[in-house]
Design a protein around this ligand. Sequence first.
Ligand code: P6P
Length: 331
Amino acid sequence: MRTNKVISLSQFIADQQNKFPDANGDLSKIFRDIKFAAKIVNRDVRKAGLVDILGAFGTVNVQGEDVKKLDIIANEEFKSSLTLGGDCCAIISEEEENIHHIETTLNKDSKYIIAIDPLDGSSNIDVNASIGTIFSVYKRKSPIGGPVTMDDVLQKGVNQVAAGYIIYGSSTMLVFTTGQGVNAFTLDSSIGDFCLSHPNIKIPTDGNIYSVNEGNYDQFEQSTKNYIDYCRNSMDKKPYSARYIGSMVADFHRNLLKGGIFIYPSTKDSPNGKLRLMFESNPMAFITEQAGGIATTGDTRILELEPTEIHQRNPVIMGSSNMVRKAVSFR
Ligand code: P6P
């Protein structure tokens, strides 16, 4: 008799926790809180077209971008769930300029800090393209119970305890790593839980998909142009395909499963590129490396970048190791 044992996210994390004798379950509770918020945001994303929660909220976020109502809702949802869960002492969010301190009795004595992009790719909300949530988990460096400092939140990507994303696509998936490989869980709405669907994901070392906004071609450095020209005219293997959704989580997830390269390079207008180190680059770089890929600025391993500002940006080249090496060889 076939036994399709369904493994839920909670069961998987509990099992992983058992492998770490000093683990006390706090990280498992962070995932519990993220999972809960993800289900709420998923519900709102799925009904976005029905309830009047679409359209610009009329404000702009710290990035100077129009904020859609779902951005606000998602940000509040994750903050609320992590606060009520009691295991997170501070949050930095792409939607907020400064540190969000959580000083309830429980939270202020916790050791975890969350960096989150609550709804990445939000310009795609109105056109029903896949969007996502991206998160990182860090341990505070200053003494537990004291005020959370900028030094606690501005940590190099190598210090991440965990990183992951939720993609609200044709199905809703939670993909994460705690440094023990990459695993993906698909939301089964019939039981209301995320179930293991893609264990131990490894990104193919090669691929034929390059993902970059070629509308910015004229603004790119010559080395980036040369690599794009190589992909367009490549004669040394089957032709490359250009795929660009404009939602990092969607472009990243496709490459993770099929192989490919994602590039958001520096441009004349944005010398540091567009993607944020703390909210997009670091978590996706951690996942990339754990899946066997490479994540670089072109000059530096992303996870080694020393943050100086909460919302700083950096150029990004990440994906299949052989493709990234080829792209970097043009620099
Ligand atoms: P562009 C979404 O706003 C985002 O931060 C990423 O999800 C996405 O990869 C990128 O910006 C798209 O930027 O300039 O190509 O529209």
